[in-house]
Design a binder for this molecule. Structure first.
Ligand code: ZN
Length: 303
């Protein structure tokens, strides 16, 4: 999450009167320091130039905290430039239950579409990773927490089927704090079975499925396609699990270990295979694909 380092100074008190910070008028300050120029690390509070942070793949240069990034940024980081062809962009979310809340479901969808520039929480397609053609999907935790509604489930399922039919290796990067999407009730839960069944079929091709878990991957997403990878790779210190720690503590009435549900804890306990820094992720995916897949190179020189 990018924070504007200049936006916190209080200009007026609760009664609307001027506060005691007159030396830099807000208008000048805004002019001189554009919003979002600096970002603050959510882990160590180190303030870093946003451009430098992006160049460092949105990882804090001081403490290695991995910032949450969007689906498009992830695509750029993991796929070769200009190789991505997006699939199923026509699938649109409906409101099958007529969900009522503070905001209607479709209002919430519209709001997050505007915020993220995405149609839905999943982006799927095919592209090249270090010269090797793959089927690639990513969920974006900024879009209704990356939760799996019917469209996300359908897009992931179609991607798996696409990979199966074309005999492509499959890579899905999950960032889903929301799990199943409550706005769609049982229809959302069904996506767990649907994606899992598609993966069972995909496995008949003996091609690899690499599941990459990023902060956060929880609930119905973790309980379906995210945990079914032939290789399960996670970014450092990602929150990964099914129910949240507070719910578990209240249920079992025991204190949980401090690093419970982190990538490192799950690596130690055998649920995941590798914890990989973001800067090494693309190379690691390419290496795993090279170990398993046939030599299906689309480009030869230097790849
Ligand atoms: Zn930091």
């Amino acid at each position: 999450m990018v924070l504007a380092a200049t936006s916190t100074s209080q200009k007026t008190n609760l009664k609307g009167e001027s506060s005691k910070l007159p030396e830099f008028p807000a208008t000048n300050r805004k002019k001189n320091v554009p919003e979002g120029l600096w970002s603050k690390c959510l882990s160590c509070s180190h303030v870093v130039y946003t451009k430098a942070l992006k160049e460092n793949l949105s990882v804090c240069p001081k403490c290695n905290y991995h910032f949450v990034i969007g689906a498009r940024e992830r695509l750029e980081q993991l796929l070769d430039p200009n190789t991505f062809k997006e699939l199923d962009t026509h699938l649109m979310t409906k409101d099958p239950l007529g969900f009522k809340g503070a905001k209607s479901y479709l209002e919430k969808v519209k709001q997050d579409q505007k915020k993220t520039g995405l149609e839905e929480a999943a982006v799927t397609g095919e592209g090249n990773c270090e010269g090797r053609k793959i089927a690639f999907g990513v969920t974006d935790s900024r879009f209704i927490m990356g939760s799996m509604g019917s469209v996300v489930g359908e897009k992931i399922t179609r991607l798996i089927e696409y990979a199966y039919e074309r005999k492509l290796p499959l890579v899905i990067v999950s960032g889903s704090g929301g799990g199943a999407r409550m706005y769609e009730g049982a229809l959302s839960l069904m996506q767990m079975a649907k994606t899992s069944a598609a993966l069972a079929r995909f496995s008949k091709n003996s091609l690899p499925y690499i599941s990459v878990l990023t902060h956060p991957t929880m609930g119905g997403v973790m309980a379906s396609f995210a945990s079914l990878g032939d290789f399960i790779v996670a970014e450092p210190k990602a929150l990964i699990g099914f129910a949240g720690p507070r719910v578990i503590e209240q249920t079992i009435r025991q204190k949980l270990p401090q690093d419970f549900q982190t990538s490192e804890f799950l690596l130690e306990h055998g649920l995941i295979d590798l914890v990989v820094n973001r800067k090494d992720l693309k190379q690691m995916i390419a290496q795993l694909l090279a170990y398993c897949g046939p030599a299906r190179r689309t480009r030869q020189a230097g790849s």
